[in-house]
Ligand binder design. Structure first.
Ligand SMILES: Cc1cc2nc3c(=O)[nH]c(=O)nc-3n(C[C@H](O)[C@H](O)[C@H](O)COP(=O)(O)OP(=O)(O)OC[C@H]3O[C@@H](n4cnc5c(N)ncnc54)[C@H](O)[C@@H]3O)c2cc1C
Length: 500
């Protein structure tokens, strides 16, 4: 479909325009009071991004004997010390305060009989520090409270079913709003500050834990406008998605908290394979576990998550989301090992921002998974991403409440794009190409092949059509993977020797 209204509507100007109503966008909007904030979302508010799917929880040094410095040390180790240490300190020091803030907004975290927060354990965390809600439904509970708070705030207006597809620029280059498709027409949404909170691009892959809307569309429109991006090559693959026969697109996730609770990984003969791979066995960093699982599944052997002994009969109570997904697939995880596959899960890279979430374009900011703050380095530590969206979103909101960028000298220039989403056939073919040649393990020959395929699709697009922007993002992803000739964190190349 290609659609462009001849008479484009213009919405009233707001002070802040937030694109994306996940945790990062809503945290920004709430903290920006009393600024007039419009929040656009391509789907239903709170329903269409990754946030609502988050299971394990939020990392925060709130346990006895824990400290933000220890949380920071684990974050840096998981990121292979490619993280920005200042951003990491900012993240981990503010984590306990974010948990308090969420509770004040009405989030009901799981607590023990004495009222203390129950803490879970996930891979590469040195201790129990994962705050969670309703067992494995943390994202849904946090989004329930944030959405309810946003609806009640007079300074926030949420516009669902509006997909931004281009940034509006003034003739001095400043970003002064966004162009969005509302299902019928193109509208201009003018604002003094524009915040991209559109999530990541893991759904570009054939197998993913992400909903379809997390295809990087927001990052693509920033890239099209000339914004700098960074670390695109660092894509995290989760080792334990539920392997459904013949499935593509979003697969149910089996949270890492299951392994934190003692579940183990076994092969088809019932043998554990992780102790031979890493001293931390099932709780090794995600990339290590994912490659070990892939080594078995790609060789034609099955791999399973076995929670029978560790969780067993407590499954429905402690992990209700995972339990329901397994039962829907005809597997009872209390009594059966669950078949697993790695799946694209999280993007460490995105629109490059500074400590105040400012992009390289005046007037444009980015938060959450759409942004690259440098906090995750080459690999994200589990349960640091809801936290990142909340900490950096809140800080940006407070910053914009205190000081908005100056108004642009001129009015918005005409819309630079035609709204034309990528067709389903090309999108499916792109998902296969990325999975096969730009997946968990890559090499130059495969990446070069992927680049050629993407360039061929790109050449058939009408100039200025927004579908081309998604292909340009895919091309930038491949280019970043080709440029990094090393094995580090989530970026693993079979044609480059890994450092000892
Ligand atoms: C299954 C699963 C489990 C996870 N578990 C955890 C966990 O336990 N702990 C943790 O920390 N992290 C977890 N994560 C990661 C975490 O959920 C995400 O990184 C985080 O929620 C991202 O939040 P966000 O606000 O940046 O983006 P999202 O929540 O993805 O929200 C983006 C929003 O932008 C909208 N949007 C996108 N493009 C456009 C556009 N062009 N115009 C308008 N709107 C647009 C979307 O509709 C969506 O509502 C998990 C992820 C998944 C998929």
């Amino acid at each position: 479909m290609s659609a462009q209204s001849s008479a484009m509507a213009r919405q009233p100007a707001s002070e802040v325009l937030v694109i994306g109503a996940g945790v990062a966008g809503l945290a920004t909007a709430l903290a920006a009071a009393p600024r007039a904030v419009r929040v656009l979302d391509a789907g239903a508010p709170g329903g269409d991004g990754a946030s609502i799917w988050a299971q394990g929880g939020i990392a925060a040094a709130v346990g006895t004997g824990d400290a933000p410095a220890q949380h920071a040390a684990d974050t840096l180790a998981a990121g292979q010390w490619r993280n920005d240490p200042v951003a990491v300190r900012h993240l981990t020091e503010r984590a306990p305060d974010v948990i308090d803030w969420l509770e004040r907004l009405g989030v009901r975290f799981d607590r023990d009989g004495d009222g203390a927060l129950l803490l879970g354990r996930e891979a590469a965390h040195g201790r129990m520090r994962i705050v969670h809600a309703r067992g494995d439904a943390t994202g849904a509970e946090v989004m329930r409270a944030l959405t309810r708070a946003a609806v009640r705030c007079a300074h926030i207006a949420v516009a669902p079913q509006c997909r931004a597809f281009a940034l509006a620029r003034a003739d001095d280059g400043r970003v002064v709003g966004a162009w969005a498709w509302n299902g019928h027409a193109v509208e201009l949404w003018p604002a003094r500050a524009v915040v991209l909170a559109t999530g990541g691009y893991a759904a570009l892959y054939r197998h993913t834990t992400n909903p379809a809307g997390n295809d990087g569309g927001g990052i693509a429109l920033a890239l099209a406008a000339g914004a700098a991006v960074a670390d695109l090559e660092f894509v995290q693959f989760h080792p334990t998605a539920l392997a459904l026969p013949e499935a593509s697109g979003q697969l149910p996730l089996l949270t890492e908290a299951l392994r934190g609770a003692g579940a183990v990984l076994i092969d088809g003969s019932g043998q554990r394979f992780m102790p031979a791979e890493h001293p931390l066995a099932e709780l090794a960093p995600r990339d290590v576990v994912a490659r070990a699982v892939a080594a078995r599944t790609l060789a034609g052997h099955a791999a399973f998550l076995d929670a029978r002994a560790a969780v067993g009969a407590a499954f429905p109570e402690h992990f209700p989301t995972v339990f329901a997904a397994c039962m829907r697939a005809g597997i009872d995880p209390r009594t059966q090992p669950v078949p697993i596959t790695p799946a694209a899960h999280y993007c460490m890279g995105g629109v490059r921002v500074d400590a105040d979430a400012r992009s390289s374009l005046d007037g444009l900011y980015a938060v959450g998974e759409a942004a690259c703050t440098g906090v995750h380095g080459a690999n994200r530590l589990a349960s640091n991403s809801l936290l990142e969206g909340l900490v950096f979103g809140r800080a940006l909101g407070q910053h914009l409440a205190a000081a908005l960028p100056a108004a642009a000298a001129g009015a918005a220039l005409p819309c630079p794009r035609t709204y034309a989403p990528l067709d389903a056939a090309t999108r499916a073919a792109l998902a296969d190409v990325l999975w096969t040649y730009a997946g968990l393990v890559r090499d130059e020959a495969g990446l070069a092949h992927a680049a050629t395929r993407i360039a061929a699709w790109r050449a058939t697009r009408e100039p200025g059509a927004s579908a081309a922007d998604l292909l340009d993002l895919a091309a930038a992803l491949i280019a970043a993977m080709r440029a990094r000739r090393e094995c580090v964190g989530a970026h693993w190349r079979r044609d480059v020797r890994a450092a000892a």
